[in-house]
Design a protein around this ligand. Structure first.
Ligand code: C2E
Ligand code: CA
Ligand code: CA
Ligand code: CA
Length: 278
């Protein structure tokens, strides 16, 4: 039995070694891809409920490695966060998305919001505000058209720091949404003190909205919370008309999801927007 155990341990550590190796490899690939400008953004429309009119879009990062394999952000963003390269990538995301927002503005979509995901690691790093300011200035975009999406895990930050950062961001006119709301453990008990504009209901709850009473309860809770705190609320991952109707009934202001449009390249977004009723 002892031998088997040792044998298993041997295999286990070798596997772990491999995992670490492949993570290091992936990180190297990511660095290289970034330098070679092989990262790009897709944009997914956000619409108002119940009329389905475009109100904004969310920038979502994409990576195809040098062998043409698509690697989802859920896989490489956590890696980038652990390695510190997230600051560099995050800055590039902001600059690219802000420029795109400005371009859309000049194409006549003067009220269209651009939402950008910001990692908590990036958000808590010194120099975030300077980076934000530079990106705003260089792109020429109206800051009021920009929204930063920060996940509920910001709750792990020190309250004073978080309050101050959000105030600073607000003072630039930039909007803030709390992403994946309802998935965290905290649900930010001091939400009413935060300078935020919008809560975003995670797609996990939208997915089961019409089937599961639990999901429905959470969606309801987030919408009611938004109403009572005078915040806007948006639901992501809307794939069916029934979900959109249910959300609208519950008083959800906006929606995003495959039912309306998938994330797409900038020029496809422009075409999509031009095909919508004014
Ligand atoms: P998220 O911010 O919660 O983004 C929503 C995810 O749901 C996106 O996945 C989007 O493509 C997907 N989605 C949208 N509508 C639907 C739908 O109707 N059905 C389904 N099944 N999925 C839908 P994606 O693009 O793979 O991004 C995954 C996560 O990676 C994001 O979750 C976000 O946390 C992170 N991420 C993406 N881009 C960035 C970025 O530029 N910076 C940072 N820090 N994180 C990013
Ligand atoms: Ca998001
Ligand atoms: Ca997320
Ligand atoms: Ca989400």
């Amino acid at each position: 039995a002892k031998q088997t155990q040792r044998g298993q341990l041997g295999v286990y550590t070798r596997q772990m070694g491999l995992e670490i190796q492949s993570r290091v490899k992936m990180l190297q690939d990511l660095r290289l891809s970034f330098e070679h400008q092989r990262l790009y953004l897709h944009y997914q429309p956000q619409v108002s409920l119940p009329d389905g009119k475009p109100v904004g879009c969310e920038a979502l990062i994409r990576w195809r490695d040098d062998q043409g394999r698509y690697i989802p952000p859920d896989v490489f963003i956590p890696l980038a966060e652990r390695s510190g390269i997230i600051a560099t990538i995050g800055e590039w995301v902001m600059r690219t998305a802000f420029s795109q927002a400005h371009l859309l503005h000049r194409s006549g979509f003067t009220r269209l919001r651009m939402a950008v995901n910001v990692s908590v690691i990036q958000f808590r790093s010194g120099g975030f505000l300077e980076t934000l300011d530079r990106a705003l200035l260089d792109s020429g975009v109206n800051p009021e058209l920009i929204e930063l999406e920060i996940t509920e895990s910001v709750a792990m930050l020190e309250a004073d720091y978080l309050l101050d950062m959000l105030k600073q961001i607000k003072s630039r006119g930039v909007q803030v949404a709390i992403d994946d709301f309802g998935t965290g453990f905290s649900s930010l008990s001091y939400l009413q003190r935060l300078s935020i504009d919008r809560l975003k209901i995670d797609r996990a709850f939208v997915d089961q909205l019409c089937e599961s009473q639990d999901s429905r309860s959470i969606a309801e809770m987030v919408i009611e919370l938004s109403h009572s705190l005078n915040l806007q609320v948006i639901a992501e991952g809307v794939e069916e008309q029934q979900q959109a109707e249910r959300l609208a009934e519950l008083g959800c202001h906006e929606a995003q999801g495959y039912f309306y449009a998938k994330p797409m390249e900038a020029d496809a977004l422009l075409r999509w927007l031009m095909n919508q009723e004014p």
